[in-house]
Design a protein around this ligand. Structure first.
Ligand code: AHG
Ligand code: MN
Ligand code: MN
Length: 334
């Protein structure tokens, strides 16, 4: 028996899911295939980062006013080029582009989906060889098919997501995506360039041992949240004390929390009232995926997925993770 006995590829899995819907057109499967293809290109580039002179800053500042790394630009171009060439996406919003990128050609205008991406999450980790990721979110257009996509297609609240996920470029490369039906993870077999289903039907444990928070903000958060952080580390925490794990890459923290149980938060801090993370292509996809897996996600007051975005690059505080830990947190925040 070969090692490929009884394993399913990403394409086979998405097409099999499609068969459950008699009127499905296959466009979502095609879009996920495009995302997987882009991720494979990015993965190759990441692996040769050290020798390909793509380390370090590219010398520009993005719309968020942060230093852009060369790999951010590379990955952004790959996602846009691959999806523009394909037939299943009408346009993209990316962390790396000030404005929406509307494809506006005959085949793209017929596509019913739009995509929002953080091409590289955790860019600060690139030149120190620590995990980075890509995050994506898919919506069905609200604008008329046959015409170019519009900004309204991208400014939908997170509950409308059709699919969302991330790719983690870690000790192996794994694509995890959710639809309302479930969350599944696919590991890249780099020898043949194929994603195989490795983590079927992921459920986040109700409680875990990890909390992810950047402690440099400890003195700049609300007294209520401070009490929660103290509780995480306290010997009086009957499930704890919890271990603090913070990679500077939400994808890496979220992936561990998804598999092992845990809580990630990037709250409102002094000087950053809305935290740092972007609602549309960081908070929403991670919150959707976590909720489908059985977890919860809020901005501290409100469910993330119910926030109506008004700007494609707006930020939001984020608390996301195991349901039991989110409930525990809430007793401190209320
Ligand atoms: P990006 O690389 O896309 O800018 O995102 C990095 C994000 C997130 O992944 C991470 O958890 C956080 O920024 C780290 O920020 P701090 O250094 O402020 O903690
Ligand atoms: Mn990011
Ligand atoms: Mn980024």
């Amino acid at each position: 028996m070969s090692r490929y006995h009884n394993v399913m590829t990403l394409d086979e899995f998405t097409i099999q899911q499609l068969r459950l819907f008699p009127h499905a057109t296959g466009e979502l499967s095609g879009l996920l295939r495009g995302i997987g293809l882009a991720a494979k290109h990015v993965n190759i580039e990441i692996n040769k980062a050290g020798i390909a002179d793509i380390l370090g800053a590219a010398g520009s500042i993005n719309v968020q006013g942060e230093v852009v790394q060369k790999l951010d630009i590379y990955a952004n171009n790959v996602f846009i080029d691959v999806l523009r060439s394909g037939i299943n996406c009408a346009g993209i919003v990316s962390e790396e582009n000030d404005d929406v990128v509307i494809f506006d050609d005959a085949k793209s205008n017929q596509s019913k989906y739009v995509l929002l991406i953080d091409p590289i999450d955790g860019s600060g980790n690139i030149d120190i060889n620590i995990s980075i990721g890509s995050i994506f979110s898919v919506y069905k257009r609200v604008s008329e098919l046959g015409k170019p996509a519009t900004i309204e297609d991208f400014l939908q609240s997170g509950v409308n997501q059709v699919a969302a996920g991330y790719v983690i470029y870690g000790s192996s490369t794994i694509l995890v995506y959710a639809t309302k039906r479930g969350v599944n993870g696919f590991t890249l077999d780099t020898s043949i360039g194929e994603f195989y289903l490795s983590h079927p039907d992921i459920k986040i444990p109700n409680h875990g041992q990890f909390y992810s928070f950047d402690h440099r903000y400890y003195h700049h958060i609300t007294p209520a949240l401070k009490r929660y952080v103290d509780f995480c580390m306290s010997p009086e925490n009957k499930n704890g004390p919890y271990s603090s794990r913070y990679y500077g890459c939400m994808v890496a923290d979220a992936h561990r929390n998804l598999l092992k149980g845990g809580l990630f938060f990037y709250p409102s801090v002094e000087g950053k009232p809305n935290g740092k993370l972007r609602l549309c292509y960081e908070c929403n996809p991670m919150s959707f995926l976590t909720e489908v897996a059985g977890g919860k996600a809020t901005n501290g007051k409100q469910r993330i997925l119910e926030i109506q975005p008004s700007h494609i690059h707006q930020r939001s505080p984020l608390f996301v993770g195991s349901a039991g830990m989110m409930d525990e947190l809430q007793t401190f925040l209320k």
